[in-house]
Write a protein that binds this ligand. Structure first.
Ligand code: CS2
Length: 467
């Protein structure tokens, strides 16, 4: 069968780029070419280009893998997103990723692009662990392997922050304005966080560079949301059936999508609102809502599922006793939030329950369970601290923590950048070795009256149940 390419004659029911792709020139570098970016930001960009065409083609960068780059080249940058919900499947071919490159093989080309005045925005989805955050300080961790390497040879970067800093240094040297740095990962105040990391690395090489970035740079925060499971053979088979052509890069996603951004761009942006993006003055309340209600519940579901042998989120949601747990968690998470004008939290929560239960979406609990040390601080520990400060018992958060510890103990070694430390902690008796891991648990939780005991009590119940 034919492979999807720009010359494929697509069936009428397949949505396709509604603009002249051959006239599109690069304006955005995106770092992290995973499924999420391709089913989220790229779709907003396609919608923006259809509504108001402009020089906003995306150059997609893969930091580590080279396979995705080869596949993208083979399909002329095109790929399909199949949206799956109760109304059935629909396919959309996305066209705005006009070039791709592998950072490990084409570092010089990437650095040249970052210094090209045509590139006005650099976006990223590289996952929580790639930023090199020191959990104790919230600043840059100079011991993170890629960060450590970049501090020695900043002109030959390997880390995402290293590329941003070297790119900005080259622009300053060329007397160009900086590019806007737009983080699209599930981190709290993600713009401010990345700004701090960039300034931290810049400061270590040249204080005047840090001052320039501090004065001229912009780092809007953004909240991103769409459930996009890792693609499988079935995903590709479904896309092939809809397209009548083979697509090695096909993805599937739920219909729901949300993007909330701060309006703070140095030098313009695509009209992403055409795809439904919301521009607001302060993204933080939206981020908190999403991290605590969606992602926090997701972590609960993932560890419950892992301990009970349930492979998919929808399997966990098929059991009323687990749904009751999810509801109780959402109740506690919602109580940790300030009211958000215009947002009906009860409706948001009801919608989340339906999204998690979507029978057409096969979202693996293993995928969400990974990297717990990078995810739980903002999803579980931060709301726990605030709940305690408001006089609550933060028991719901103690429960998820216990599930995670039970998961690490029983299913280890787990997929986590701190896997070795977790394995050591798991080999020792009790939960104390976990609580002693540097920078993981906020001090307020460790010193809170009775919270650790709650975790231990839940853990004892889980151990007694043997599952
Ligand atoms: C998930 C997220 O893998 C995870 O940790 O919680 O990827 C989640 O699916 C997205 O944030 C949804 O927007």
């Amino acid at each position: 069968m034919e492979r999807l390419s720009p010359t494929t004659a697509l069936p009428a029911h397949v949505q396709r780029p509604a603009y002249d792709r051959t006239a599109l020139t690069p304006g955005i570098v995106h770092i992290g070419l995973g499924a999420f970016h391709r089913a989220h930001q790229a779709i907003y960009t396609d919608a923006a280009l259809a509504a108001a065409f402009g020089p906003w083609g995306i150059v997609g960068v893969s930091l580590r893998s080279t396979d995705i780059v080869q596949e993208m080249h083979a399909q002329g940058g095109l790929y399909t997103v199949v949206t799956r919900d109760a109304d059935g499947d629909s396919a959309r071919v996305v066209g705005c990723v006009i070039d791709t490159l592998a950072a490990t093989q084409e570092r010089a080309r990437l650095l040249a692009l970052l210094a090209d005045p045509a590139i006005r925005i650099v976006t990223m989805t590289v996952s929580e662990k790639a930023y090199g955050i020191n959990p104790s300080t919230g600043g840059l961790d100079p011991a993170h392997p890629a960060v450590a390497a970049d501090l020695v040879t900043p002109e030959a970067p390997t880390s995402v922050i290293g590329f941003l800093v070297e790119g900005l240094a080259r622009r300053r040297a060329a007397d160009l304005p900086p590019f806007t740095v737009l983080c699209c990962d599930n981190l709290p105040s993600n713009g401010r966080l990345v700004r701090r990391l960039v300034l931290d690395m810049a400061e270590r090489r040249d204080a005047s560079l840090a001052a320039w970035i501090g004065a001229k740079g912009s780092f809007p925060s953004s909240m991103v949301d769409r459930i996009v499971p890792a693609a499988t053979e079935e995903t590709r088979a479904r896309a092939t059936a809809l397209l009548g052509a083979e697509d090695a890069l096909a993805l599937e996603s739920e219909a729901f999508t949300q993007w909330v951004l701060e309006e703070d761009f140095v030098d313009g942006r695509p009209t992403w609102e055409a795809g439904g993006a919301l521009f607001v003055a302060d993204v933080e309340p939206y981020e908190k809502m999403k991290l605590r209600l969606l992602n926090g519940s997701h972590s609960l579901i993932a560890y419950l599922g892992q301990l009970r042998g349930l492979d998919y989120v929808r399997d966990v949601m098929a059991e009323p006793v687990h749904v009751a747990r999810v509801r109780a968690h959402m109740e506690a998470a919602a109580a940790s939030l300030d009211p958000l004008p215009g947002i009906d939290l009860a409706a948001y929560r009801a919608q989340l329950l339906a999204r998690f239960a979507n029978p057409a979406i096969a979202h693996r609990t293993t995928q969400i369970a990974m990297d717990g040390t990078q995810k739980l601080p903002q999803r579980i520990f931060a709301p726990a601290v605030e709940a305690l400060a408001r006089g609550g018992d933060a028991d719901a958060f103690a429960y998820v923590t216990a599930l995670w510890l039970a998961y690490v103990r029983r299913m280890g070694p787990v997929d986590d950048p701190r896997a070795a430390e977790l394995a050591t902690a798991a080999s020792l008796a009790g939960s104390a070795p976990f609580f002693a891991l540097p920078g993981l648990f906020p001090r307020e939780l460790l010193s809170a009256n009775g919270w650790r005991q709650r975790v231990e009590a839940h853990l004892a119940t889980l151990d007694a149940a043997g599952r």
